[in-house]
Design a binder for this molecule. Structure first.
Ligand code: MEV
Length: 442
């Protein structure tokens, strides 16, 4: 079926948007309108909030919001809020938390908290001339020009940390950067950084125009390409770790502590050297990180992009976690680059985000970094523990059983039957279908 473009869609009311969509794309399936309405929130204030977060909203897309309790982090016992649709993630986190609770729990260290951004520009000028101009005139002007933007942040203990001129002309003709580093304290800082950078771009243009040392041709060649923060923050790192004596590493799968430790360490080494495995290994880490990132109103696309760029920082994609066994001590840790905030953005708006932050004891941004790294490490511990012992499918399919049964339209009574049926068997899609058909045939 051919469709016609719509004019002024954003200006239509929610109901008119839905009417247009259904008429245009799903005229035979009008029940979808009811589904969209079922996901509206009856409480008008919450719905209004959601409608205003993003554009052209016609409904809400809910995610399960779960809790992984028993996380002992730097001596504090926390229950982690996790917004995630994938079965087993919350269960694996809870299991890992419980495993480490009597072994000292998780310890974290903030390594650094620097955020970065760039003004990318093209300028047909000798690099040494630009450097001289930057060092002796421009840098000071850039700082002065942003004083009104940075005032509040400076009062909170942050601001612009440094600005450097980067000569990129060897990579791209006439390409330079103003590379700035920022401390954004408790905010993620995207708006603050981008506002500073846009002012840098404007100031650069004005100051070059005024500068007598540049010729008319040089001045005419200046192009500000873009001013934007970088989501790659290799100097905004938190380390989370667990450690214990090998004798304490009791696993319930029946293998010895030594064998478990060795197999576990080898699985980490494989992720360190093999990008195919590292990708899945890190994906599992991000299961834990993102679920808490979302529950606390942060930007999971930014944390994903950063984590994977960091995992490839040496030119080869590798594991974010590491493991050693030295003198009978098993040590497992993650260095996670992550830029998050506890003020600004959704944090003061979304009622569930406010709940998550209150539940975590209103953490500072640095404390939230620690919690996120722990969640990622715990998730990875849980995944590797299953992978090197029972295999991942046992636990995963147990959780997935309900998804399959729901797809089949099983009643509560039938679901109970399946829980008993699979108590001592591994769940497989095939086995569920075949048992379901047998049961229905009876
Ligand atoms: C599934 O979402 C994540 C795992 O594949 C992670 C891993 O293999 O380490 C279980």
């Amino acid at each position: 079926m051919n469709h016609t473009p719509v004019e002024g869609f954003s200006k239509l009311s929610k109901q008119r948007k839905i009417d247009w969509l259904i008429n245009e794309y799903l005229p035979e399936d009008r029940h979808y309108e009811q589904i969209l309405q079922q996901y509206w929130n009856e409480d008008g204030t919450i719905q209004k909030l959601h409608d205003e977060f993003s554009e052209n909203t016609i409904s809400n897309f809910y995610m399960p919001y779960g809790i992984a309790p028993n996380f002992l982090i730097d001596g504090k016992l926390l229950a982690l809020p996790m917004a995630v649709e994938e079965s087993s993630v919350v269960a694996a986190a809870s299991k890992a938390a419980k495993f480490w609770i009597d072994k000292g729990g998780f310890k974290t260290t903030i390594i650094n908290t620097k955020k970065l951004g760039h003004t990318h520009f093209i300028f047909d000028v000798e690099p040494h001339k630009m450097l001289h101009f930057f060092n002796f005139k421009l840098k000071k002007k850039l700082l002065e020009a942003t004083e009104d933007i940075t005032k509040n942040m400076r009062n909170r203990g942050g601001g612009i940390l440094n600005i450097r001129l980067i000569d990129k002309t060897a990579d791209l003709e006439n390409y330079f950067q103003l590379k700035a580093s920022f401390d954004t304290v408790d905010s993620m800082g995207a708006n603050f950084i981008n506002s500073c950078l846009e002012r840098f771009g404007k100031t650069l243009k004005e100051e070059v125009e005024k500068e007598e040392d540049f010729t008319r041709e040089e001045k005419a060649s200046l192009q500000i390409v873009m001013n934007i923060l970088s989501n790659f923050t290799p100097d905004c790192i938190v380390r989370a770790e667990v450690s214990c004596k090998i004798e304490e590493l009791k696993d319930d799968s029946g293998i010895s502590n030594e064998e478990f430790a060795t197999k576990f360490k080898r699985a980490v080494t494989i992720a360190e050297i093999e990008p195919y495995r590292a990708t899945t290994h890190n994906k599992g880490i991000m299961n834990g990180v993102d679920a808490v990132v979302i529950a606390t109103g942060n930007d999971f696309r930014a944390t994903e992009a950063c984590a994977h760029a960091y995992a490839a920082r040496d030119g080869k994609y590798s594991s974010l976690t590491h493991c050693t066994i030295d003198n009978g001590i098993f040590r497992f840790w993650i260095d996670l680059p992550i830029s998050v905030g506890v003020v600004g953005g959704l944090t003061n708006l979304h009622p569930l985000v406010k709940f998550s932050l209150a539940l975590l004891g209103k953490p500072s941004a640095q404390e939230l970094m620690s919690i996120l790294a722990v969640s990622g490490l715990a998730q990875n511990f849980g995944a590797l523990r299953s992978l090197v012992t029972t295999g991942i499918q046992k636990g995963h399919m147990k959780m997935h059983l309900f998804n399959i049964l729901n797809q089949l339209g099983a009643t509560e009574e039938e679901k109970n039957h399946f829980v008993t049926y699979f108590k001592d068997k591994t769940v497989t899609h095939h086995e569920v279908i075949s048992e379901f058909n047998k049961m229905r045939a009876k």
